[in-house]
Ligand binder design. Structure first.
Ligand code: ADE
Ligand code: ZN
Length: 341
């Protein structure tokens, strides 16, 4: 496919974003603006010098900067502005459904109350629902470098807002923090009616993916790149129709893969895995949904059928009702039909 044509095709696809950390959508310009109004000085003196620091050799080097950036978020309005900026951006990219992570402990550990964080995020999500017709789910992530006891405290803080939260996730430093560390809190979260997802197999080994499935009982895996190392696991993931929320630009920036041409998503599609494409932390990794689709398609030579399958898989793996999934999938198929005519 010719490049400009490919870009237009991707723009027009109705898309679902299932793997997005709201703190990772914090663009440097907005970060400086919010830092100024909160009288906080950043360790960098300009947007340009901050952006220059965005060079990572692994997940931890990224997380160190990501947590520093989040420190300027203090007031409800800050969380609202952050979320609204993301939603405005993805609305312009024809994203029609989002499932957004937030990391409460990144904020509560600094003394910012849980309710301040969630109220700002929720207000923006509701506004996008009415103004942009973007549907959403909200996912509270536990930080895996902290203890399970601390995750339990977060679970407790979330109870008054249970109706606003659809599920829990597990993120932050993967290596050395296996899913089994959080078995009890995931069980307790499920008892509260939360759905379950976990980052697994981004940097960590296939055992972490097995644990996420067998011990945490997740119904979706974030990343899961490493699953191709284990054919038995691949078969289980296919049987369970387990969504894998891949983030190609993130994988390149964090050196999970050396170059985009090595990305496993095409192999995954060919095996029949429910692989999908998302942006993870778009402000840090060089692009939102469309850029992730585009760079992957260019590097792997994806055709229209692959793109359609990726878009359908995202709705399939989402937490939308069966009826809503079907409606979106029909719209995706209709869209691709118009391209053939
Ligand atoms: N938190 C934000 N982005 C993350 C990622 N890619 N992996 C783990 N934790 C994260
Ligand atoms: Zn992530």
């Amino acid at each position: 496919m010719e490049k400009t044509n490919l870009k237009n095709i991707i723009q027009g696809i109705p898309k679902a974003e299932l793997h997005l950390h709201i703190e990772g959508s914090f663009e440097p310009e907005l970060m400086f603006q919010i830092a100024k109004r909160n009288n906080i000085s950043l360790a960098y003196d300009s947007v340009e010098s901050l952006k220059k620091a965005y060079k990572f050799n692994n997940l931890q080097e990224f997380l160190d900067i990501y947590y520093i950036g989040a420190q300027v978020l203090i007031n409800e309005q800050d969380f609202y502005d952050l979320t609204w900026a993301y939603l405005t951006k993805v609305n312009s990219e024809n994203v029609v459904h989002v499932e957004v992570f937030f990391d409460p402990q990144t904020h509560t550990d600094r003394g910012v109350p849980f309710d301040v964080v969630i109220k700002g995020i929720y207000r923006a999500l509701e506004k996008a629902k009415s103004e942009f017709n973007i549907s959403y789910k909200l996912i509270m992530s536990y930080l895996r470098h902290l203890s399970e006891a601390e995750a339990f405290k977060t679970l407790e803080s979330s109870i008054p807002y249970k109706d606003w939260i659809d599920g829990v996730g597990l993120d932050s430093s993967e290596l050395g923090n296996p899913p089994n560390k959080f078995e009890n809190v995931f069980k307790a979260s499920a008892e509260q009616g939360y759905k379950l997802v976990a980052h697994a197999g981004e940097e960590g080994p296939v055992e972490y993916i097995w644990e996420a499935i067998n011990l945490l009982n997740v119904d979706r895996i974030d990343h899961g790149n490493r699953c191709l190392d284990d054919e038995k696991l691949v078969q289980v993931l296919i049987e369970k129709k387990m969504g894998l929320t891949l983030c190609p630009l993130s994988n390149v920036e964090l050196k999970v893969i050396q170059k985009m041409e090595e990305h496993p998503v095409l192999k995954m599609l060919e095996k029949g895995l429910l692989a999908t494409i998302h942006s993870d932390d778009p402000a840090y990794f060089g692009g939102y949904m469309n850029a992730n689709y585009l760079e992957t398609a260019k590097a792997l030579g994806l055709n229209k059928d692959h793109l359609m399958q990726l878009a359908i898989n995202a709705f399939e793996a989402s937490w939308l009702s069966t009826e809503d999934k079907q409606q979106h999938i029909t719209e995706v198929k209709e869209y691709f039909k118009t391209l053939h005519s």
